[in-house]
Design a protein around this ligand. Structure first.
Ligand code: GLN
Length: 200
């Protein structure tokens, strides 16, 4: 059920842990209204959802503890347009390598990711990324990012030196990096467009 107010869709940002405040600001600047999601009721009437970066194991544990895990997974599975970034990408993935033994994962997005795939030495870095259909490089901020080892049936929408770092499958978008930290709104704008489409 859409709660759109005019043309500003309502996008929830999972706010249990991690980089949620920066997503809120970027989404508002990209034309959405936002709501921090901490309780099951906070999912009601959302037009879209962001699962931010942070630590996928901690975020998973907190979702379970708050009784949110099944509700969030079912909302995404049911077609709620969703953007997962970094830890959020890991949580959405069907196949996780180097996760903790009891790290379940939603198993929704047909990709395989290797958690902390760039290794400990290369903790964080910035790189120019290629957005499909856009000549202008996107400044990518990577923080203990996952490597996408298999893109399955998803569409690759962002590449770094030819390697996939962003994918889309239907109304679910996932990025290995932190678009909310780069000051470039293009990917948030793309997600807001996806949310609008999903609610028409
Ligand atoms: N390495 C983190 C994890 O496993 C992800 C890091 C991030 O979100 N910046 O969840």
């Amino acid at each position: 059920m859409s709660a759109s107010n005019g043309t500003r869709p309502l996008i929830g940002v999972l706010a249990l842990q991690g980089a949620f405040a920066e997503h809120e600001r970027a989404l508002e600047a990209a034309g959405a209204r936002t709501r921090l999601v901490r309780l099951r009721e906070d999912l009601d009437e959302l037009d879209g959802l962001v699962i931010p970066g942070g630590e996928s194991t901690t975020m998973t544990m907190l979702m379970q503890r708050m009784g949110l895990y099944d509700s969030v997974r079912e909302a995404v599975r049911g077609g709620l347009p969703t953007l997962g970034t970094c830890a959020g990408m890991i949580i959405l993935a069907e196949r996780i390598t180097d996760g903790l033994p009891d790290q379940p994962g939603f198993g929704i997005l047909d990709i395989a990711v290797r958690r902390n795939g760039y290794g400990r030495q290369v903790d964080s870095f910035e790189a120019d990324l290629d957005l499909t259909g856009d000549e202008r490089p996107f400044p990518g901020v990577f923080i203990r990012a996952p490597i996408v080892e298999d893109t399955g049936s998803t569409e690759v929408i962002v590449r770094r030196d030819g390697e996939p770092v962003g994918v889309r499958q239907g109304s679910v978008m996932a990025l290995a990096f932190h678009p909310e930290l780069s000051g470039d709104l293009r990917l948030h704008e793309e997600f807001v467009r996806l949310v609008r489409k999903g609610n028409n």
